[in-house]
Design a protein around this ligand. Structure first.
Ligand code: DHB
Length: 321
């Protein structure tokens, strides 16, 4: 890893700007070991629930090419996994095993099926070996359940009750479409001493259709799934920008949504992200993508004369200024 892309998230040192996103190839111990052995600068685990879950019937994931933009293909994916995972007790153990095998930060991710699950899930990882806990308030695929991150009172109730020490707490946030939502969430983040935010999770309730077969690409929820990949990058960048304008380095921001190259990562850096996570591209290309994207970012920084992440972070220029 090059020196230029070292970064700090929630006070934790990262050897590079690029890590895996929760939910992709990170459910089994074997998969987590593969991430530990890869160029990912951290190991982010699958969101875990109180009990193990099989998840939704397959096909529940589809990759597609949407079109091309500025000479590049725009990819996307649609997922409605339904939180398949081995239950939080396993991930507490996995964190310990991964931690002893590698020097990288390990991030737990938790997803309650009800409010009362959160203090138990977070408490278990607070007592364990993970370095930080990403509290997922944006799981889009639970039928009949409101998406927590759009219900600010519910987020406050959850944050009131979870143990916030000793490991830093982050929030995995859904995409917001209005500035007023960003402002209210940023106020919550400040009030509860949240150390980092990860934005954005996938865009809920999207539909991709195979016109030949006259059917959706995936089976659960009559084809409705959560949209990920290159096609959501502009929404992700907009959210990172709006949060950065308010939080300005006081709270770390991890950008996620459609990053598959160093140039994508550089866009997130200019916008204010302290690090990025890779989901769809990791699913498609496998673990080699992390080192490649970070190397491409290194090259961009070198070419542009930026010596560190810090020097370029949030340095987006604006038309007319
Ligand atoms: C699932 C999807 C998500 O986007 C998420 O944040 C958590 C879980 C899932 O369907 O497994």
């Amino acid at each position: 890893m090059g020196e230029r892309t070292k970064t700090i998230v929630a006070g934790i040192a990262f050897d590079s700007y690029v890590m895996n996103a929760s939910g992709v190839r990170d459910t089994t111990l074997e998969e987590l070991k593969a991430i530990a052995d890869s160029g990912s600068s951290a190991v982010v685990m699958k969101s875990s629930t109180m009990e193990p879950r099989q998840g939704n019937p397959e096909p529940r994931y589809a990759y597609f090419i949407l079109g091309s933009s500025r000479g590049r293909e725009v990819q996307g994916s649609l997922q409605c996994m339904g939180l398949p995972n081995e239950g939080y007790r396993k991930y507490v153990k996995f964190a310990r095993i991964i931690k002893t095998g590698c020097g990288k930060p390990v991030f737990a991710s938790v997803a309650g099926l009800s409010e009362k699950d959160y203090p138990i899930l977070v408490g278990a990882f607070q007592d364990g070996e993970a370095d930080a806990i990403e509290v997922n308030v944006s799981c889009p695929n639970l039928e009949g359940k409101a998406l927590i991150g759009y219900d600010f009172d519910q987020v406050r109730r959850i944050l009131d009750k979870i143990p916030k020490q000793p490991k830093p707490i982050g929030l995995k946030l859904p995409p917001y479409l209005e500035q007023r939502q960003i402002q209210e969430m940023a106020d919550i983040v400040k009030k509860y001493g949240i150390s980092f935010i990860t934005c954005i999770n996938s865009i809920p309730n999207a539909l991709v259709i195979d016109g030949t077969q006259e059917r959706p690409l995936i089976r659960p929820k009559k084809g409705l799934g959560a949209l990920c990949g290159g096609c959501i990058k502009p929404v992700a960048l907009g959210n990172v920008k709006m949060f950065y304008d308010i939080l300005r380095g006081k709270v770390s921001i991890i950008g996620v949504g459609g990053i598959s190259s160093g140039s994508d990562a550089f866009d997130f850096l200019l916008t204010g992200a302290d690090a990025v996570q890779i989901g769809t591209c990791f699913e498609k290309q496998g673990p080699a993508c992390f080192a490649r994207i970070n190397r491409e970012l290194e090259e961009i920084l070198e070419r542009k004369g930026y010596k560190s992440i810090e020097q370029a972070r949030g340095k987006l220029k604006f038309l007319g200024e």
